[in-house]
Design a protein around this ligand. Sequence first.
Ligand code: FES
Length: 116
Amino acid sequence: MQGNGWIAVARLEELPSGRVRGVDAAGRRIVLVHLDGQVYALDARCPHQGGPLDEGEIYLGALVCPWHNFRYDPRTGENVFPANVYPDDMPQLRDQLRAATCLPVQVRDGLIFVRL
Ligand code: FES
């Protein structure tokens, strides 16, 4: 289902609070996150080394990649671990901390829409 660039990808009832779900939208793998009453969508490819964020889980409010346990804030895509423990004087490590790509989300009539 499409309209104005929005693509329906799941029913809200399929995404319980605190859970993660992978969906396909126009050939692109997306991870949906339901957290604190809001739904977020991110590109499912981990910006670290391409791990499957849609196979991750929520831990302490962050989306955890199953490959190396990097954690991303689902609201912003920002890396929140290990960004918080990398020493500032090792800038080469910072290259690994790219943010995940967030996508716009709408929930209407019990359906979750994303815009690519
Ligand atoms: S690929 Fe996701 S943490 Fe490394």
